[in-house]
Design a protein around this ligand. Structure first.
Ligand code: ZN
Length: 207
């Protein structure tokens, strides 16, 4: 097989799980996969204490750190629009979602941004991992988060609106990167206000 990242041929490893159970292949060689660093950091929500977003998110699980390999990956995946790269983390994502129960809700892009990017990179990560999800949110504001301070981001009115009925059940938000946590908290609050019982979040990266 040919590695999606380095382009070199490699032998896919036959494991017992692969033989007996259905397991996705990430189409990436071991050398490239090992360059991604598993995130060990625990997310605390102290920034949100005393804000309207306190208690909105029940837990956040981030898979990887934002290291050099991940920076290069994101550049190629998002900006050079190499949609095939969505497969790289398919297996890891499948494992992560197996540990949680709930309706998976990807964080949507603003429609204008989607036109620029041509594909929804967050949705494609889930598609590649064969994780079913529901589009329950739309992004109504297109402010660039990078230009605002953390305080400003927390104060802004919610970035999202619901587009379908939210049930009294568990939801799992999914996004590519967790940086300040504002995006995840905004989305979680909208779901909780609409009746969600519990909102967990999984992100590929801890920024
Ligand atoms: Zn490789």
């Amino acid at each position: 097989m040919t590695c999606l990242i380095c382009g070199n041929p490699y032998q896919s490893m036959a494991t017992w799980t692969k033989i007996f159970l259905y397991e996705l292949d990430s189409s990436t060689c071991i050398r490239c996969l090992e360059k991604f660093e598993i995130s060990q950091s625990t997310i605390d929500f102290t920034d949100f204490l005393g804000t309207p977003y306190e208690g909105a998110v029940d837990s956040v699980y981030c898979l990887y750190t934002y290291n050099e390999a991940m920076r290069e990956y994101l550049h190629q995946y998002k900006f050079l629009q190499d949609v095939a790269l969505a497969k790289v983390f398919a297996r890891k994502l499948q494992q992560a979602f197996h540990t949680k129960e709930g309706i998976v809700v990807p964080i949507p892009m603003h429609p204008e941004k989607l036109v620029l990017r041509t594909f929804a990179q967050v949705d494609e990560l889930l598609n590649a991992a064969q994780i079913s999800y529901q589009q329950l949110l739309i992004k109504t504001k297109s402010e660039t988060q990078g230009k605002k301070s953390k305080k400003e981001r927390l104060k802004t009115t919610n970035l999202f609106e619901t587009i379908q009925t939210i049930e009294a059940t568990n939801y799992i938000l999914f996004d590519d990167i967790y940086t300040t946590g504002a995006t995840i908290h905004h989305a979680a609050k909208i779901l909780k206000d609409a009746g969600a019982k519990r909102v967990d979040a999984i992100t590929l990266i801890k920024g």
